[in-house]
Structure formats: structure tokens, C-alpha cells
Write a protein of this length. Structure first.
Length: 277
């Protein structure tokens, strides 16, 4: 049996239901985990300020991993921040404008989008509770830890394969984040690296970690944690890369696994769960 000391979870299509709502018993579960010495980390492409607004009653219990590992905060303390070089994201902004896609600069205090794309405000506000519309994205001077591209035509994989993956090369870390988004961070920045950083700070080994996710920006996290769970509704090719499957997010599949973890007092083994391949 293995003792779990840290649980990390993606948000959209993983912890959240099909209406982007938290499970009704989530807050109670996080507090029950904390009582057993198990920390819970929200690991999201969303920024820290949005995550803080999502979990106002769990500031002490929850660790926040924002912007795919670009920033980590716990109980108001910034544990890690990876600021992107301005010349790098400005080049990306020019490339995105040339292609005709929607660029979002993920600043540490706000998201920035060019005014010509204000028609997508409803989509932006779903993920970024603070959005500033500007005339020219390259003129922004605020620090940022992620650059993301919104693709309203649901063609993120195609855009990654043909444009942004080749354009970034090894200069940045690039990941598909659902059908509408391509996320770009500093090289080596991803949710898996964030787990390693947390493990070092909290003296928790990856063998004592459990993680949940559904798509490619979760892949490294699911490979890093000893108990990595891909949601059944997740990207099918990832099943070959991760050890376990969790029931789909509309069935609160993650909560089913967490309830079992609580029932077993934080002790689990591989035979407890459904293999992914």
C-alpha cells in the first residue's frame, strides 16, 4: 500500500462538471483530506487570481498552481513564479496577429487582450476574472507567466501542429489545452514540473502524489504523480501515457476516487483503480 500526501487536480473537464461547477461536496472533501495530512492542489491553466476567487473558503487548505505551472501560491505566499521574457511573448503576439488568432497575455495581475477581440469577452471571463482590453498587446509592460491563444474554430490541435509548435521549437513549452486553446510558457514549465517543485518544498515524493487531468497540458502532471488519473472523457491518446482512468467528470469521477482515498485513510494500491491501458 502507498500513502498519498498530495493530490493535484486540473479544473475544466476534470474536477468541474459539464456546467463548469464544483462538485457539491468538494469543500468538505478537501478539509477531510487536510485532516488526514493530505494536501490538495488546484493545477490549472487559469491564473492565480481566478483560482483564489474560485476557492475563497479554502485558502489555508489548498495550494494553487496557476497558468499550467507558471506560478504557485499557498496561503497567500508565492512559492514560485516563472516570468516570460517580454521579447519572447511580444514575438508570439506578432505571430498570432499575423495568423489571425486571438492572443491572450496572461499577466500576473490581469489578462490582456487586444480590443478588436472584445466580442469574446464572455469566453475570456470564464477563465480570467480580470481582463483588460488594449489597442496593442505588444505595448503591455506588465510581467506575464503565460501566453495563450484562443481558437474559436475549435482547431487547437491543428494550430499546434502546423503553427505554434514549430514556431516555438525549444524556446518555449507549448501544450494543447482543450479544443479552443494553445498554451505557451517558459521552457520546462508545466504542471508536472510544478509538482516536483512542490514536492521539494514540502518533502513529498512523487510516489506519494495523486493527480487528475483530461488533456495534453495535464500530461506531464499525470506522468509525474505515482497515481496519475486521466478522466474517461479525456484525450484518448493520453491513455498510453498515464497509469489509471477515473470515471468521467459529469459523474464526478474524481470525487469517487477521492472518497475511496478518504475511506482508506490515505492508503491506496494499484489494484484499487482502473488501468488506463
Amino acid at each position: 500500500m502507498d500513502r498519498i500526501r498530495l493530490v493535484a487536480s486540473d479544473m475544466d473537464a476534470t474536477l468541474l462538471d459539464e456546467n463548469s461547477q464544483l462538485p457539491p461536496d468538494f469543500e468538505a472533501a478537501v478539509k477531510a483530506l487536510a485532516e488526514k495530512g493530505i494536501r490538495f492542489a488546484a493545477a490549472s491553466g487559469r491564473p492565480l487570481y481566478t483560482l483564489e476567487e474560485m476557492f475563497p473558503n479554502l485558502r489555508k487548505e489548498m495550494i494553487l498552481i496557476g497558468d499550467n505551472g507558471g506560478a504557485i501560491r499557498w496561503n497567500g505566499e508565492n512559492l514560485y513564479t516563472s516570468e516570460m521574457p517580454p521579447e519572447g511573448w511580444r514575438a508570439l503576439a506578432r505571430k498570432t496577429r499575423e495568423v489571425g488568432d486571438v492572443a491572450v497575455l496572461c499577466g500576473l495581475k490581469s489578462a490582456y487582450v487586444e480590443r478588436q477581440y472584445q466580442q469574446y469577452d464572455r469566453v475570456m471571463k470564464q477563465f480570467y476574472t480580470r481582463v483588460e482590453y488594449v489597442d496593442d498587446l505588444t505595448a503591455v509592460t506588465e510581467p506575464a507567466d503565460k501566453f495563450t491563444i484562443y481558437l474559436p474554430r475549435d482547431n487547437s490541435q491543428e494550430a499546434y501542429d502546423n503553427i505554434y509548435g514549430p514556431a516555438c521549437g525549444t524556446e518555449f513549452s507549448v501544450a494543447v489545452a482543450g479544443k479552443n486553446w494553445v498554451d505557451i510558457m517558459n521552457p520546462g514549465v508545466h504542471k508536472g514540473a510544478a509538482l516536483v517543485i512542490l514536492g521539494e518544498k514540502l518533502s513529498i515524493s512523487t510516489a506519494e502524489m495523486m493527480a487528475f487531468g483530461d488533456t495534453y497540458n495535464d500530461a506531464e502532471m499525470l506522468e509525474t504523480a505515482r497515481y496519475g488519473f486521466l478522466m474517461e472523457n479525456g484525450s484518448l491518446p493520453l491513455r498510453q501515457r498515464v497509469p489509471f482512468l477515473a470515471p468521467p467528470h459529469w459523474e464526478y469521477g474524481e470525487m469517487q476516487v477521492l472518497h475511496r482515498l478518504l475511506e482508506q485513510n490515505g492508503m491506496v494500491c494499484s489494484e484499487d483503480f482502473t488501468p488506463a491501458h
